[in-house]
Design a protein around this ligand. Sequence first.
Ligand SMILES: *Cc1c(COP(=O)(O)O)cnc(C)c1O
Length: 401
Amino acid sequence: MTERENERARENGRRLSTRAIHPGGPRGLGEPVVEPVVQSATFYGGGPDDPGPLRYSRYGTNPNQLAVAGRVADMEGMEAGLALGSGIAAISLAILSLVEAGDHVVSSLYLYGTTRLFMEEELPRRGVEVSFVDPERDGSWAAALRPRTRLLYLETPTNPTLRIFDPRGPAAVAHAADLPLVMDTTLASPVNFRAGEHGADLVVHSATKYLGGHSDLIAGVATGPAERIERIAELLRIYGPALDPHAAWLLARGLRTLDVRMERHNRNAAALARRLEAHPRVERVVYPGMPDHPDHAAAGRLLDGFGGMLGVVLRGGGAAADAFCRSLEIAAVAPSLGGVETLVSLPRLTSHRSLAPAEREAAGIPDGFVRISVGIEGFEDLEADFVGALERVEGALADAG
Ligand SMILES: *Cc1c(COP(=O)(O)O)cnc(C)c1O
């Protein structure tokens, strides 16, 4: 979809769900209703000195890459988008597009694990320093600024404690210093949260998660002003993490049902949160839609839905969490999130395994923490699966003891 078509869709005032299905474009006699997969590495130009508009599929200009990037940009309310081969490719290249040796980045300390590795290890190796700030502390963003700060970085909702940080604070600090605020809003999807409406300048997604939605592809998307996106595209051409046309096509297919999937994710997760909270084996439920979540008010203000991610802290620590996960029959233990199927994971063994138990406890992730990516299965079946697994924890612990 071209920028002009994007604009037309927005001007039409159509809803996101409609725009995801009808992005505009040709409707001529015999045109396919669904865009074809353009499984071609290269494209004809106009002659030896005219490479033509598309050139080569590593450049992000394959028609499937362009279509899906434009569609996500439209959903985010951004001018332009770029499709990449993974979420982490979108994140790392978005950051690299803004810094050079000697520069400085200010980032929230709540980060997806690989993003943290990139910030802590890769950026310093390239001569870029990073200061991590606690978004909860008043004035922390402004206090961390240096003359060579080039960007502020914020992830929300966070993994796995689902903290919801209002972008307007860091956005104001960034814009007063003429800097961009870069945000990863993967866990919300643009159906629940569009960070550009709250001051984010670049929004990056792991499209592997909700955008694709079927756990069958790895992809990333960066959206923002055309000029900034073009700078990321330059790095895509050099570093090369291009999205395969077929994966781009699958991602476009996923986007058509994003709105209806999110509706069910939101509903199932909220209902499961309420059901689990009432169970005696459960110490605490972590869900932004629950009044006891520290960011419940912010979530209500900022989000159009509380999301499909949920944390549950079981009494009995790691042993109880392990026994619980082994006992699930519908939900499966696997990394990743945001797909139609319910998946669970244990942060103490995955994203936060490098921390000591006391550090995890301090970060709000005690060893009984189970992360749940609630899928779109029938709620009654999920309820029976989770409650049944809770009931069986007791016996499993007794057997083990
Ligand atoms: C999964 C994820 C990423 C990384 O995305 P990939 O597609 O796996 O490269 C980045 N940020 C968040 C919040 C994620 O959940």
